[in-house]
Design a protein around this ligand. Structure first.
Ligand code: ADP
Length: 510
């Protein structure tokens, strides 16, 4: 119980401490004119209230405490001058003038009530006029100065906001350091790209805040582009680096950095632009792999055919008709493979240049699926089972739909055990038909599912790598379906099989 009381007391004390410092800060900010620089809020009220209070206090002191109701001391001139200067600095021209106005009223009161009307009143009025002119002058000059400073500070602050919002909206990462390489500014994009928070004050040239590699070698902080610019005084353009994010993701960066100088030519900052070029790099890598694999895939049937042709001439020489016919069948098979490969390559290139056109007609999609399934059953080991309860019509390119189906079914066969089943289904709703091809094979991880429809993407898992293919099929299928205003997607679980779906708009046309 006592602990609870102590705890509550602690919380209360902490709260009140916080509250106290908060109010102290607020009071300090209210009375300290330096803290109000740049605030550009001017009010006559504090000047009028405070100056009036001061005059009343002086009167109170003279009348009540010193008991000399007619006393007029010169000190009041300086006290009021101080107050006028203070308010001109706090509230600009309006503050200074308001304090001066109260002073005028007070001086008039003094002249009328405390100076002998017969002798000194004129002299006192003249003196008051001189003093008031001085007050006015101080109010105007100091007030104007204060307002000019406020404007400059505001302009500078606006400039900063403008610059920051431009930096934030850039599609690239930006880091700005001071002349020593200490981070002074940056945008959120840069944190996203490198996968770590680049905090203000970080010394890029000294602290190892992230591991970056160039040509496979780990960079020391002194080798970062920003550090290089500072030591060489020359800009760095397009340095390519690789960093690994916390989750192990490899990111390719392209970094440029240059010096920023002031009007006198003195270096005041370094600006660095960081571009995420991972996608481009991955595509380049895939293209290189593709050229390798494509040459290999094309070479295999050509080499086989060369061998078969030698065999064929041998069999013809020896008049072995049966063997010769078998060899011709093999040559035909290899030539068909070649033809498929070349037509896939042509399709990819047509898609790239936007030249793949559709020859649409209206037909029952069930017929095309049944035909494709029957035809493929002859070449795949697995049992293909097609079932449907509906018979919708679509307006599509028959050959291209056949091509997509063939790709999905041959993939299902390629990536699943020979003794498993492949289920092909056709469903419909009001607006579309949905075709699905389900296998019980290798399955695809979530990460790979996002990528398999990309151009030239192949799963690089060592198990899958053994299957021939160039990663073109699903890309071509996706583009064909997209051109039909349909959708293609996959649902899969690693080691449990995959279901590929595609949808097409239904047609009611005859
Ligand atoms: P490929 O010519 O390599 O088969 P695709 O574009 O047809 O090219 O497929 C891309 C990748 O998607 C394949 O390399 C394979 O890893 C994966 N994939 C496609 N279909 C399946 C499937 N039914 N089961 C498992 N993996 C598949």
């Amino acid at each position: 119980m006592s602990e609870v009381v102590v705890l509550l007391d602690l919380i209360k004390r902490q709260r009140s401490d916080k509250y106290r410092t908060f109010t102290m800060n607020a009071i300090w900010k209210y009375i300290n004119p330096i803290a109000r620089l740049g605030l550009a809020k001017y009010s006559p009220v504090p000047a009028i209230v405070f100056t009036s209070l001061m005059c009343v206090l002086v009167e109170f002191y003279n009348i009540v405490i010193r008991n000399e109701p007619d006393l007029v001391t010169f000190n009041i001139i300086f006290i009021l001058l101080g107050i006028v200067i203070y308010f001109a600095f706090r509230d600009g021209v309006i503050g200074g003038l308001s304090a001066t106005a109260v002073a005028v009223v007070y001086f008039t009161y003094l002249i009328i009530t405390k100076i002998d009307p017969r002798s000194d009143q004129m002299d006192a009025a003249e003196l008051a006029l001189v003093i008031i002119t001085l007050y006015l002058f101080a109010s105007l000059v100091i007030g104007w100065l204060k307002q000019t400073i406020d404007k400059l500070i505001e302009r500078e602050a606006n400039e900063k906001i403008r610059l920051q919002s431009i930096i934030e909206q850039l599609p690239v990462g930006v880091v700005i350091t001071d002349e020593h390489g200490r981070v002074v500014n940056g945008n959120k994009k840069v944190n996203e790209i490198v996968g770590t928070q680049i905090k203000k004050g970080l010394h890029v040239g000294k602290e190892m805040f992230i591991k970056a590699y160039s040509n496979g070698k780990l960079l020391s902080p002194a080798q970062w582009p920003i550090s290089k610019v500072l030591t060489s005084n020359r800009p760095v353009v397009g340095d390519e680096l690789v960093v690994y994010q916390d989750d192990g993701k490899k990111v390719h960066l392209q970094v440029s950095a240059s010096l920023i100088r002031n009007k006198k030519g003195k270096i005041i900052a370094v600006a660095s632009i960081i571009n995420d070029i991972t996608e481009r790099k991955e595509l380049e890598e895939r293209k290189d792999d593709f050229v390798n694999m494509a040459s290999h895939e094309l070479k295999t049937p050509i080499t086989s055919n060369k061998i078969y042709l030698d065999l064929l001439s041998n069999f013809i020489d020896k008049n072995e008709k049966e063997k010769a016919l078998k060899t011709v069948a093999s040559i035909k098979y290899q030539t068909e493979r070649l033809q498929e490969l070349v037509s896939d390559l042509l399709d990819v290139s047509r898609l790239q240049t936007g030249k793949l056109s559709l020859r649409k007609e209206t037909f029952y999609i069930k017929d095309v699926i049944a035909e494709t399934t029957n035809q493929l059953q002859e070449s795949v080991k697995q049992e293909l089972s097609f079932s449907t309860k509906v018979n919708p019509k679509v307006s599509a390119d028959k050959f291209r739909i056949y091509q997509v189906l063939t790709n999905l079914i041959t993939n299902a066969a390629k990536y699943s055990p020979k003794d498993s089943k492949i289920l092909i289904k056709l469903q419909q709703d009001k607006h579309k038909v949905i075709v699905s091809v389900q296998d019980f094979g290798l399955g695809i991880t979530k990460h790979q599912q996002k990528k398999i429809f990309e151009r030239l993407y192949q799963v690089t898992d060592s198990k899958e790598k053994t299957f021939p293919g160039l990663g073109m099929g699903l890309y071509i299928s996706k583009e064909i379906i997209r051109k039909h205003r349909g959708k293609i997607w996959v649902e899969s679980k690693k080691d449990h099989g995959s279901t590929f779906y595609f949808s097409l708009p239904r047609t009611t046309k005859v």
